[in-house]
Design a protein around this ligand. Structure first.
Ligand code: OAD
Length: 244
């Protein structure tokens, strides 16, 4: 795969890199999207009956079981060459931060050290009442109970209608503003406010690189559009850099 010499030159001198990722990066691992996982028993539910605070208040058992099912699907997959190449890139720059909309934890499993999870992590529960994170809960009840306040535990992901975790969003914004290069990989970039990050990065002077097999809303503002699957493009880019 050939890359524009201008891109390789810019990568050679870049110090701060941001890598913004979406569902497309995990596609080659076989992580089903929300809708793809809605098979069998789950096909009859509307997304708002499975992934909103109102749904959890109404029927915590169904919502909990839905996430237990998706956690099981995600637990069975492995990071793919795109995750590994992104982790490999971090050796080449003073700072490389991954800003992900994925909740599957695959970037960390591939070795990325600095990961901002804008939509949370499906493997980390928190208390629906007091908000304490990272608990496994008490008792045999479904969902389990918080050991601190006896509230119900919920999955630590962002549901429809909820705002992004403020600290993750602040870090993502700062990262976009400081980046020399901003990669947008495998995201349709339609969901706000995350979709504004590429604009923020570009306005602050970053070179914007789009990696996607299909056109996206951000192609028009990208300096480089690399058309292809992330699992092919990212390892090839890492190799091109290693040859420098
Ligand atoms: P989308 O499903 O909207 O977009 C996936 C993108 O990945 C599309 O642009 C595809 O063309 C691209 N794609 C597919 N296969 C690819 C591959 N092998 N390599 C590279 N790109 C590939 O997913 P997101 O943009 O992540 O939010 O959507 C963002 C959010 O919308 C999700 O996190 C979720 C959803 O509502 C919440 O759950 C809050």
């Amino acid at each position: 795969m050939d890359f524009d010499a201008g891109l390789i030159d810019r990568l050679r001198t870049a110090r701060r890199v941001a890598v913004f990722t979406g569902a497309g990066v995990s596609a080659e691992s076989g992580v089903p999207t929300f809708r793809d996982a809605q098979t069998g028993l789950w096909a009859r539910f509307r997304p708002e009956d499975l992934a909103t605070p109102e749904a959890f208040r109404r029927d915590p058992v169904t919502v909990w079981n839905w996430y237990a099912w998706r956690r099981e699907l995600i637990g069975a997959v492995q990071p793919n060459p795109a995750h590994r190449a992104i982790a490999g890139l971090q050796q080449r720059f003073a700072a490389l931060t991954v800003i992900t909309q994925n909740v599957d934890g695959l970037h960390q499993r591939a070795g990325s050290r600095d990961v901002i999870e804008l939509h949370g992590n499906i493997g980390i529960d928190l208390c629906f009442e007091c908000g304490r994170r990272g608990q496994s809960g008490a008792g045999t009840e479904v969902p389990p109970r918080c050991v601190h306040c006896n509230g119900r535990l919920r999955p630590g992901v962002v549901w429809f209608g909820e705002s992004l975790p403020p600290s993750a969003w602040d870090s993502a914004l700062e990262c976009a503003q400081r980046a020399d290069i901003f990669f947008c990989i495998g995201t349709s970039s339609l969901v706000e406010p995350a979709a504004s990050l590429p604009h923020t990065a570009r306005a602050a002077g970053a070179v914007l690189v789009q990696v996607n097999p299909a056109p996206t809303a951000h192609d028009a503002i990208a300096h480089h559009v690399l058309r292809g699957k992330a699992g092919l493009v990212m390892p090839a880019l890492l190799q091109a850099l290693e040859r420098m």
